[in-house]
Design a protein around this ligand. Structure first.
Ligand SMILES: *Cc1c(COP(=O)(O)O)cnc(C)c1O
Length: 435
């Protein structure tokens, strides 16, 4: 029993975030100004981000204290989260491997995303900001930020990609219950949105356009700032509560992992889950653990992208980031794992992949939904389409163990549940899903 569901006490919830920048084997290439190709000065970001988040973005300190108010909100929404042993899945696969998963689906928003949304809302409120703007596709990030806005009393405007706004109403309804102002993008609220609508009044929208609208609104109002849900150093930093809890949980049951797996969109849940353990490896305190990032075949950033400077957004408004990229104008096919459709990845994750510390593998969505169905039936929990990428990799390694007889310990991050993403499963069950 103890090993099937590893729980933590409240006082075992991390008191600090772990910053991998302190332990990188070589310095992270800095963001560049696209015009001058000189490193961006942190002050330039103050129009859109609060000072403390910029400080965290460039900090080289190994640990950064988590404010008590943030820890209290983490507790409110479900932290510390349990670590489960997938005994039924192991039995189904008839594998000698041991499989564990970290339950980030238990948060009120159904994913890991509130770990940073809460921290971001807190620092903005503290610096007198009255409104946050952001973009959302299917709505996972918008939901997390709206939840954080409700908990800390800050207004939130979410530019939601128009086609999702109309076709996927459930997360929009949740955001509205949290009190957020949800706007289909392109909208009439911004100059950029109006321009796009003039050319095409029925434009379905895109994440790139929604980002541009959210940033424009933040730039134009002094009391409004912008919030991003992945990719940036401070976002990955906040997510390390996940991996620090995992370290403690594995210690409690005296287990050392052989492989740690997470899915990668922009890299925040993977980094949050894996970096505390990877940091030990970088500091020479541990060897043998393998880190595996899993991405969709239709958006194969780490496995097929180029390691070079590129824009973070489609419109080319952001600084240039050194990352594995498919090109900022790359349009991935509309797979159901919407959270994994990003042309680049977090710069630290890319550097660590480049240096050989993180492996990567890609699967198509027939492979991942099959894994999602196996997992749901075995364990009783419906994973998010994004999460099924990690599950597919775990299953493949467990099957390999069956062949070789190895008793590997596999730990993966269950980044979210799929209860609001059932269309993908419906198409899979009906045999209508394309790879
Ligand atoms: C957003 C999301 C992801 C992908 O984003 P990362 O920043 O790469 O973590 C993965 N899983 C779920 C459930 C998500 O909502």
């Amino acid at each position: 029993m103890k090993e099937t569901k590893v729980l933590l006490d409240l006082d075992e919830m991390p008191k600090k975030w772990y910053n991998i920048l302190a332990d990188l084997p070589e310095p992270l290439p800095p963001p560049l100004d696209p015009k001058t190709r000189e490193p961006v000065k942190p002050e330039m970001l103050e129009v859109i981000f609060p000072k403390e988040l910029i400080r965290q973005e460039v900090s080289q300190e190994r640990y950064i204290r988590i404010p008590e108010e943030v820890r209290e909100a983490y507790f409110q929404i479900g932290r510390p989260t349990p670590l489960y042993r997938a005994r039924r899945l192991e039995r189904y696969l008839n594998t000698p491997a041991k499989i564990y998963y970290k339950r980030e689906d238990v948060s009120f928003a159904g994913s890991h995303k509130p770990n940073t949304a809460i921290a971001q809302a807190y620092y903005n409120v503290k610096e007198g900001v009255e409104r946050l703007t952001t973009e959302t596709g299917a709505g996972q990030w918008g939901t997390a930020l709206s939840l954080a806005g409700a908990l800390f009393g800050i207004d939130v405007t979410v530019f939601m990609v128009a086609i999702s706004y109309h076709q996927k109403p459930y997360r929009r309804i949740i955001m509205e219950l949290y009190g957020a102002d949800v706007v289909p993008s392109p909208s009439d609220r911004t100059e950029y949105g109006r321009k796009v609508r003039e050319e095409n009044p029925d434009h379905p929208g895109s994440l790139g356009i929604a980002i541009s609208e959210a940033i424009e609104m933040a730039v134009k109002d002094e009391k409004t700032k912008y919030s991003l849900g992945s990719v940036l150093n401070h976002v990955l930093l906040h997510q390390t509560v996940i991996g620090q809890e995992v370290l403690l949980q594995l210690e409690k049951i005296d287990v050392t992992p052989d492989v740690m797996i997470g899915c990668v969109g922009g890299g925040s849940n993977f980094a949050g889950f894996a970096y505390p353990m990877l940091g030990k490896k970088l500091r020479g305190e541990l060897d043998e653990v393998r880190f595996l990032a899993v991405e969709p075949k239709s958006c194969p950033t780490l496995t097929e992208g180029k390691y070079e400077y590129d824009f973070g957004d489609t419109a080319g408004m952001t600084p240039l980031l050194k990352m594995y990229t498919l090109g900022h104008d790359f349009v991935p096919s509309p797979i159901h794992a919407g959270g994994l459709r990003y042309h680049g990845d977090a710069p630290s994750l890319c550097l660590l992949h480049h240096l050989g510390y993180i492996d990567a593998v890609a699967y198509d969505q027939l492979q991942t939904f099959e894994a999602g169905k196996i997992f749901t039936k075995a364990e009783g929990l419906v994973p998010a389409p994004e999460t099924t990428h990690a599950i597919r990799a775990a299953i493949d390694i467990a099957r390999e163990c069956k062949r070789t007889g190895e008793e590997k310990v596999i730990v993966f991050n269950l980044s979210g549940h799929g209860l609001l993403d059932l269309q993908g499963y419906a198409d899979y069950l009906a045999g209508k899903l394309k790879p």
